[in-house]
Design a binder for this molecule. Structure first.
Ligand SMILES: [Cu+2]
Length: 146
């Protein structure tokens, strides 16, 4: 019984929520998908009040979520997975369709306009403390404003 309690406590510590106001996520959205489409770009802005890095993103709607950087090399566009993304204190980092972005892969079902997608960010602060941040993205229609 003592061991069960200990394991439960360890899980709780690992998945500690970020403290209120520490990390803010805004403007989170994704475009609706067409049948057969298995991936989508998840767009959002994130602001950490303290020096931190984004270690990863997860969402129950996707089997895999990857962070990518995009570069243009001699006119060729290249996407590469990145392991972490710096979050400078007080600076809003935009993850969008250009540059650094997050991709929902292996979608479990099509994204429909009007749906909301829960997702969570794994963040590590400069002091090594890890925290998760919960957020929700709106699904926008296939055709419309960016
Ligand atoms: Cu990508």
């Amino acid at each position: 019984m003592g061991r069960v309690l200990w394991v439960g406590l360890a899980a709780l510590l690992c998945a500690a929520q970020a403290r209120a106001g520490e990390v803010a996520v805004s403007d989170a959205w994704a475009r609706a998908t067409v049948p057969g489409q298995s991936g989508a770009v998840l767009r959002f802005s994130v602001t950490s009040q303290k020096e931190a890095k984004l270690l990863g993103v997860s969402s129950p709607v996707a089997g895999v979520v990857e962070m990518h950087s995009m570069t243009h090399d001699k006119g060729v566009m290249k996407m590469r997975p990145i392991a972490s993304l710096p979050l400078p204190p007080g600076k809003t980092v935009e993850l969008g369709s250009e540059g650094n972005h997050v991709m929902l892969l292996e979608l479990k079902q099509p994204l429909k306009a009007g749906d909301s997608i829960p997702f969570s960010l794994a963040v590590q602060f400069a002091g090594k403390r890890k925290a998760t941040v919960q957020a929700t993205a709106a699904v926008r229609p296939l055709i419309g404003d960016d």
